[in-house]
Ligand binder design. Structure first.
Ligand SMILES: NC(=O)C1=CN([C@@H]2O[C@H](COP(=O)(O)OP(=O)(O)OC[C@H]3O[C@@H](n4cnc5c(N)ncnc54)[C@H](O)[C@@H]3O)[C@@H](O)[C@H]2O)C=CC1
Ligand SMILES: CC(C)(CO)C(=O)C(=O)O
Length: 305
């Protein structure tokens, strides 16, 4: 299968490098990483060590592939969608955190759209070198009713052919909302308190994280997705415990003075709450605090706004 990975950062480089074991992969990213991959190939270390040679480019204009995976940060999805719209793809699949990405892609591209959640962990350590930080699962599903479920099965099988753990599911919207509840609970709280994920398993932060997750579940239900309060709260608590020594991606972004994915996480929950006439004071406050930090830090909002 020809696979184009749009967003060759941490996750895109890991998945692209692993997929290159079985497929014809092109990474779309930025220099100096792309230049390093073109010159010397892509090195994966960590869980396994692997040297691969996917193709790499900084410009996807007019490209084509059987599958386009989208692995940019959520604030870059609009740019990715516009670039993909100039090409020809059999399927487009978002593997990003947060909500709203699939709708942006579906509005732009003339192809079936899949949504996915990923629990693999990755970090770009140097140009041409990605660290594989944790095994996980890729869960895929058709985004719109018109996006055939058999397509999700076929793409999950393509991941498995490259020895990745992947499954197709019929309830991908619920899976995305559950992951959203986890991220809404863990990411801003750890970023603001500057603590590892494990700090959310006890007070004084456990109650705050739980409130964010439960509130997200209520908004999901108002949006037509059956996510119980306790399922969301338990998912957040379980992930915080299982990733106790991790710094969440938002904590890492804030520590490095980089823009966060707050708009697609707590910001999305607060926006959907407003549309459905619900209050979401916890998510709204967390979003305001992180946006306030971004503004104070002068973190660029040059992406899609
Ligand atoms: N890193 C991880 O372990 C995981 C990340 N995720 C999610 O995956 C998404 C990506 O995360 P990361 O890989 O950590 O971010 P990242 O910032 O490391 O990678 C994104 C890459 O996309 C590139 N990019 C953005 N716009 C581009 C454009 N127009 N043309 C070419 N390249 C472009 C950036 O240069 C960057 O290298 C996020 O939504 C994140 O929440 C989900 C699960 C695990
Ligand atoms: C699940 C969690 C919270 C793990 O750190 C994550 O997805 C993130 O950091 O963005």
């Amino acid at each position: 299968m020809e696979v184009l990975v749009f967003g060759a950062g941490s996750l895109g480089s890991l998945l692209g490098g692993l997929l290159a074991r079985a497929h014809d992969v092109t990474l779309v990213g930025r220099d100096p990483h792309v230049a390093a991959v073109r010159a010397d190939g892509l090195r994966i270390t960590g869980v396994e060590t692997l040297d691969t040679r996917p193709a790499a480019t900084t410009d996807a204009t007019g490209a084509s592939a059987d599958l386009a995976l989208v692995t940019v940060k959520a604030y870059d999805t609009g740019t990715a969608a516009r670039a993909l719209a100039t090409g020809d793809y059999g399927v487009v699949c978002s593997l990003q955190n947060g909500m709203g990405n699939e709708d942006v892609l579906a509005d732009a591209v003339d192809a079936p759209v899949l949504a996915g959640t990923v629990t693999y962990g990755a970090g770009l350590v140097d140009p041409g070198h990605v660290e594989w930080r944790g095994r996980g699962t890729i869960t895929l599903g058709a985004w719109r009713p018109a996006d055939d479920a058999a397509t999700a099965e076929r793409i999950a099988a393509a991941f498995r052919a490259a020895d990745l753990d992947a499954e197709a599911v019929g309830d991908v919207r619920r899976r995305l909302w559950e992951k959203l509840a986890v991220n809404a609970a863990i990411n801003p709280v750890t970023a603001l308190a500057r603590v590892e994920n494990g700090a959310l398993t006890e007070e004084p932060l456990a109650g705050l994280a739980r409130s964010a997750a439960v509130e997200t579940a209520g908004v999901a239900r108002a949006d037509g997705v059956a996510l119980a309060d306790e399922t969301a709260a338990e998912a957040a608590a379980t992930v915080a415990g299982e990733t106790a020594r991790n710094r969440s991606s938002m904590f890492q972004d804030v520590s490095r003075g980089r823009r966060t994915e707050i708009d697609a996480i707590n910001g999305y929950v607060a926006d959907r709450a407003a549309v459905t006439d619900r209050a979401a004071p916890v998510n709204r406050a967390l979003a305001a605090l992180i946006r306030g930090w971004e503004r104070g830090a002068g973190v660029g909002r040059s992406g899609d706004e």
